[in-house]
Design a protein around this ligand. Structure first.
Ligand SMILES: Cc1ncc(COP(=O)(O)O)c(C=O)c1O
Length: 383
């Protein structure tokens, strides 16, 4: 660190050099991320509330009201307006909070959670932090959790079952309705990880896509993760956790002696009010119509990509259910496809189960980007 400070202009000249080596979503080259360009309205709202700390909400009652309104709006989107929750850092923290609520409510000696084999690695972190035994259920041929496997794994120590609505690698929706019935019958906490699908499934259903139920309209669903910083177009870091009952938040509340709130249930203390403000602004600005348009455009480009991939000689792992396409080749290994695509400047990612290239068609990807990608893919297949 310098003894004497550096002038402002020079600082920005210096940091621009770092910025220049970063990729941008705007370039259309990032094909393997669930993040996207934040919407300008969200960015402006975020900037306006940069000093708001929702960890001390009595100082920022305006921001707190926005958070409450956001939770109600997200609850309404997901089948129940009177839900309880918070705007937090992302899917990882939301899943951690859900598992903590389940564990604290059920209070077992050797708690276990059952997650699909496709569950995000954040459940591994949650299991480690909360001392839960992580049990993985098998998937069916279409990469959704197998009900028979979940049923078989239930024990007297099961505190929670997890279903995913928009799996990280394949974008599949688990049979949440069946999981809900199972959890009601066995009195088990059901958490739905809709970090990715929460902002698209309801809008796609509205637009006529045939997608299954996954939300609080199913009585067995106790909590839902929904991430505004994925398909919600909010700036990073913005996540959401919603609980059906207040008692789940209360089960993890600790006393906060020196703050303006008496009890706190979030994992972090000081937390961003800007994230809540950005989410509020975007829900109001885009509305159902705006989000429906975004979700439908992403799906249309996804289907165009999926067809194109087959036309240029690759095979889909599974038909896309949401805006994720996984593919592979009969003659080139997945690592080799990835290497050749990276050489051509594409930032893709690889799925682990099954091994494949995974493309997430986020709102920053337009048809022209996909056309350019497909022509490179065709060349790669002929190399
Ligand atoms: C289904 C799902 N859940 C949770 C997460 C974790 O979200 P975050 O990276 O915002 O913590 C992801 C991330 O991709 C995800 O796909």
């Amino acid at each position: 660190m310098e003894d004497k400070g550096i002038p402002r202009e020079q600082i920005f000249r210096m940091i621009r050099k770092y910025k220049e080596i970063d990729l941008t979503h705007r370039s259309g080259r990032i094909l393997g991320s669930m993040c996207t360009c934040p919407h300008p309205v969200g960015v402006e709202a975020y900037f306006m509330f940069l000093e708001s700390n929702l960890g001390d909400p009595g100082l920022f009652p305006g921001t707190k009201s926005m958070e409450d309104e956001v939770i109600a709006m997200l609850g309404e989107l997901l089948g129940k307006k009177d839900v309880f929750g918070h705007i937090i850092t992302g899917g990882t923290e939301a899943n951690l909070m859900a598992m903590r609520a389940a564990r604290n409510t059920l209070k077992m000696d050797n708690p276990e959670i059952i997650v699909p084999q496709s569950a995000h690695f954040s459940f591994r972190k949650a299991a480690d932090i909360l001392c839960l035994k992580l049990i993985k259920a098998d998937l069916d041929d279409d990469y959704r959790v197998k009900m028979a496997s979940v049923e078989e794994l239930i024990s007297d120590n099961t505190v929670a079952i997890v279903g995913v609505a928009g799996t990280t690698e394949m974008g599949k929706i688990d049979p949440i309705e069946e999981l809900s019935d199972l959890c009601l019958e066995n009195d088990i906490y059901l958490h739905v990880d809709a970090a990715f699908g929460g902002y698209s499934i309801p809008f796609l259903k509205d637009a006529g896509y045939d997608l299954p139920k996954f939300d609080f309209s199913l009585q067995g669903v106790s909590s839902i993760t929904i991430d505004p910083h994925k398909m919600g177009l909010a700036p990073i870091p913005t996540g959401g956790i919603l609980f059906r009952k207040r008692k789940y938040l209360e089960s993890m509340a600790v006393e906060t002696p020196y703050l303006t709130e008496e009890m706190q249930s979030t994992v972090v203390g000081t937390r961003s009010g800007a994230a809540a403000a950005a989410t509020w602004a975007l829900l109001k600005h885009l509305g159902n119509e705006g989000y429906r348009k975004i979700a439908v455009e992403c799906m249309e480009i996804t289907l165009f990509l999926a067809e194109g991939i087959m036309k240029v000689g690759f095979e889909l792992v599974t038909p896309p259910q949401l805006n994720i396409v996984a593919f592979r080749s009969k003659k080139i290994s997945v690592e080799e496809i990835a290497r050749r695509l990276e050489d051509r400047g594409w930032a893709i990612s690889m799925a682990s189960y099954p091994e494949s290239i995974r493309i997430i068609v986020m709102p920053h990807l337009k048809r022209e980007h996909i056309e350019a990608f497909l022509s490179d893919l065709e060349i790669i297949n002929q190399d």
